[in-house]
Design a protein. Sequence first.
Length: 254
Amino acid sequence: MHAMHALLEHGGINEATSPAFIPETEGGQLERLACLLAAAVHDYDHLGLSNDFLVRTDSARALMYNDQHVNEHHHVSAAFGVLHHPDSDFLAHLPTSKRRRVRKLVIELVMGTDMAKGGKILKSFNSAFSAEGSVPSTIPASENDAVLLLQMAMKCADLGHLALTWDLHVKWVGRLEEEFFAQGDSEKALGHSVSFLMDRDQPGCSKTQMGFFQFVVFPLFRSLVAVAPRAQPVLDAVTANYHRWQSLESPKTS
């Protein structure tokens, strides 16, 4: 949630998107609330298993959500289930129309964190803002474009550990690698093919960071910063960590 807050406030994204929303959202306050709520719940009650694994094993969650964005659907549904408890519903004071607006945006943002949708969102974003051009737009032309910008911010915030200090970043990569390996162990036990980067007898994500940065991370962060230039410090931090991986994977010869 901290990463999303930083992009909204210091990266200027809330300021850029708020004019695109209807007046009764009070200067983007509802959208800010929805973004922070989405960031807080986007992995709520995660099992540490990929959507593909849940579908292949006919899990209860996959059956519930018809194999579509299984984890993401569950995160949102379970989180709003908590909000249905009277002692937990901090949105209870909102009028129904505003509550529905918050819920709609939270769903859109959390759904956008599914890696399977990453390419589509990036392509739509670059097209809407000409983010790959020499003079990208920095102002959303419509509410739909504003939501795209928020989805991109959410996707970058989801990868927020990439912009942390090196020691913290490496710890998060190690935790992710162990989560991947644990799924791989389950796949082996079930006689399934082991998913990419999840076989602990093969190089894991801690050994393949260069490709991840080059093909996934930089396209996202560079497109975001082209439209929200005040977020440049985040890209600078990501780039610094990339260079550290580069020095580890390509040590200088003496």
